[in-house]
Ligand binder design. Structure first.
Ligand code: ADP
Ligand code: MG
Length: 669
């Protein structure tokens, strides 16, 4: 048995790293490795980083200025002799002596046959290859001290059951993973790339599997506390409404509807995210969900981020629902006081109905007699608090969140820990075609010819021009005010309008109506048009300073065009030469699937930034990485579900995870 040595120094290290259990030193992974690999110098290029080892045959130390010293070593390496320079290494200049063996790494000057050492140590490489682990350590802990500590702890614990695999055998076999014991050794002291890779595979998968299983378990617990009365909705009524629609539901729509209706029928409150690209047809799903809820004698509320969108939905809902005598109300801040009073009264009459509105719905003076379902459209536009306020308007509500900013499914279920996710992957039966072009200029004039041609070819056609700013307070960005003037000059015979978020709601509505139904043909605007504006004839979109927008956002903007069987034309204008930007914008010209775009965005920018939140509430993983190891996460997530569905086969594992769940609260809240 190896002796367990916990010296004062080691205790101090444990303390400063906040590690309670000494075994967990083995779980304190290196964040990178110094790789030493020997090759004959005759292979090395000038200025290339090289590693050599050999005996010191000569040593000269020069103190050429106060506080400056240069140590010139002559080292015999293989059949060669090479000069090694060390600068200002005073301590070493006294330690190094003739005949000592050294390993040296540094840049090779092929002309002078000289190496400027960046790293070196006394000794030699076993197999001509060495990976030296590098850890994040407090400044007073030397790397070698720590390495020795890890070695000691590993040797001590390697025969204990702490080294027993956590991953169930079933998956170890399935993925041909090496054991935990081997993994922990190789993650610290790999002999080569291959064993390091195998160690990483095991440890990353282990971490994700534990995490995903914890999430799945937690969801199950959550379900037990959110009990409600099952809603056995009227399937006949629902069928009638569906049959009255001017189109057939797509397969994806049918699927997500089934998932949602299952939630309504169950005795656990729904907490579901419905995601799908712009134009994928989420609205009709929300309507049908509200019909089902209505048939159980409950009230429903649909909250959307803008006044315009609320009115648009309201109009559509009324058209579809009036033949069925289902009452629908509109509640936005800018309606007449009397109308509002009427709506408030209706909501308290103890009769089932539907209300569509904006933030106005969550004001304090709004109460419901029997709210059973809340739907939040474009949910990322609302804060946590606002969502909560809506939730509190009823008891154990069913809640459906909708979002057109698709997040890769697995990441979504990680991010929205306790939510179920339904996804509309494909557009409904309508054909959509948007041609996206990247223009390496950033002016209206540079696309004048496209706009002219487009407007001349179709007398009803209309164009959006989107700028990142409203006025000239930021000189780096095109703004609505200036571009509007330029556009008017550029197209003297065409009626132009401008729109932005700082205008009053009534003005905005007015402009939108003029653009949709009047003679105006060009609308210069900001991203206010991003959510739910339907102007059938507007099928051209020009985005200035396109580099200022996220890919998901551009994608959402272009969802405004090419909707009704006509081809849409999208121009991404950007005169920035940055290769990264070019690549990003080019990606949009060749991809039209929102999920592919979001995965690409995720890989490039990482989850925090992509979700628009630096502290996105995602857990920190010690070795796995949500972006680089996304495929492992996907696998682990599916396996976690498998484990829960075969609980008796994985009893031991689930017991362990349950213990973790109670201890590791950091994962949960
Ligand atoms: P989003 O998911 O962005 O909210 P919408 O619900 O606004 O998308 O739908 C976009 C358009 O597609 C609407 O005009 C809607 O009527 C239409 N639509 C929805 N589902 C279908 C379908 N199955 N077949 C044809 N058109 C559909
Ligand atoms: Mg929508």
């Amino acid at each position: 048995m190896v002796k367990f040595q916990l010296t004062a120094k080691r205790k101090e290290i444990l303390q400063s790293l906040e590690i309670k259990d000494p075994f967990l030193i083995c779980r304190y992974y290196p964040y990178r490795y110094n790789h030493y690999s020997l090759e004959p110098l005759s292979f090395a290029l000038h200025n290339q980083k090289v590693t050599i080892q050999g005996k010191i045959v000569d040593i000269v130390v020069e103190h050429y200025r106060p506080k400056k010293c240069k140590t010139t070593l002559t080292i015999k390496y293989l059949d060669d002799v090479v000069t090694v320079l060390l600068f200002n290494r005073f301590a070493w200049s006294r330690i190094l002596k003739k005949d000592m063996h050294l390993v040296v790494q540094g840049k090779y000057n092929a002309f002078k046959n000289e190496i400027a050492a960046s790293k070196f140590y006394v000794g030699s490489l076993d197999d001509g290859d060495k990976y030296e682990p590098v850890y994040h350590l407090p400044s007073n802990v030397k790397s070698q001290t720590f390495i020795n500590f890890v070695k000691g702890m590993y040797d001590y614990f390697k025969t204990t059951d702490k080294m027993a695999n956590q991953i169930p055998d079933y998956f170890l076999k399935k993925y041909r993973l090496i054991s935990l014991k081997e993994s922990l050794y190789n993650i610290h002291f790999p002999k080569n790339e291959e064993v390091l890779h195998q160690a990483n595979r095991h440890l990353k998968y282990e971490e994700f599997l534990n995490f995903c299983t914890m999430v799945a378990l937690k969801r199950k617990l959550f379900a037990n506390v959110n009990k409600k009365i099952n809603k056995y909705y009227d399937t006949d009524l629902l069928k009638k409404v569906i049959n009255s629609l001017p189109f057939k539901l797509s397969d994806d729509q049918n699927q997500v509807l089934k998932e949602i209706l299952n939630d309504l029928q169950s005795n656990v409150s729904m907490n579901r995210l419905l995601q799908g690209d712009v134009g994928s047809g989420k609205t009709i799903i929300s309507l049908l969900t509200m019909v089902a809820n209505y048939s159980c004698n409950y009230q429903s509320a649909l909250m959307v981020p803008t006044d315009i969108l609320a009115r648009q939905h309201y109009k559509d809902f009324v058209t579809i629902l009036s033949p069925f005598d289902i009452p629908v109300y509109l509640l936005v801040s800018e309606i007449k006081a009397k109308e509002k009073e009427n709506v408030i009264q209706k909501l308290n009459e103890n009769k089932p109905c539907m209300v569509i509105g904006t933030h106005a719905i969550i004001q304090e003076n709004i109460t419901f007699s029997n709210l059973g379902l809340a739907i939040i459209d474009e949910q990322h536009r609302f804060g946590v608090k606002q969502r909560l306020m809506l939730k509190q308007k009823g008891n154990n509500l069913d809640i459906l969140y909708m979002s057109a900013t698709p997040i890769p499914r697995t990441l979504a279920s990680t991010y929205y820990l306790d939510m179920d996710v339904s996804t509309i992957q494909h557009y409904p039966n309508i054909e959509r075609k948007v041609e996206t072009k990247y223009v390496q200029k950033n002016t209206i004039l540079s696309i004048k010819k496209y706009i002219d041609e487009y407007l001349n070819n179709d007398k009803d056609a209309k164009v959006y021009v989107v700028c990142p700013a409203i006025d000239s307070s930021n000189l780096d960005m095109k703004n609505v005010t200036n571009i509007y003037k330029e556009t008017v000059n550029c197209f003297p015979n065409i009626e132009c309008l401008f729109l932005h978020g700082k205008l009053k709601t009534a003005e905005k509505n007015d402009i939108m109506n003029q653009f949709a139904y009047g003679n105006a043909r060009i609308l210069v605007t900001t991203t206010v048009i991003e959510v739910g504006i339907n102007v059938k004839e507007a099928n051209m979109l020009v985005i200035l300073n396109a580099e200022r927008f996220g890919l998901a956002q551009i994608h959402q903007l272009r969802g405004r065009i090419g909707r009704y069987g006509k081809t849409g034309y999208c121009y991404l204008c950007c005169d920035n030469d940055d290769e990264d930007i070019k690549e990003r914008l080019n990606f949009l010209t060749t991809h039209s699937d929102g999920f592919e775009i979001s995965e690409y965005d995720l890989k490039r920018r990482g989850p925090g930034e992509m979700l628009g939140l630096k502290q996105s509430g995602l857990p920190e993983f010690s070795i796995a990485n949500l972006v680089d190891d996304y495929n492992i996460l996907k696998t682990a997530s599916a396996d976690a579900n498998y484990i829960l569905n075969h609980a008796t086969d994985f009893k031991d594992y689930l017991t362990k995870i349950n213990i973790l769940l109670t201890h590791e609260q950091k994962y949960i809240d």
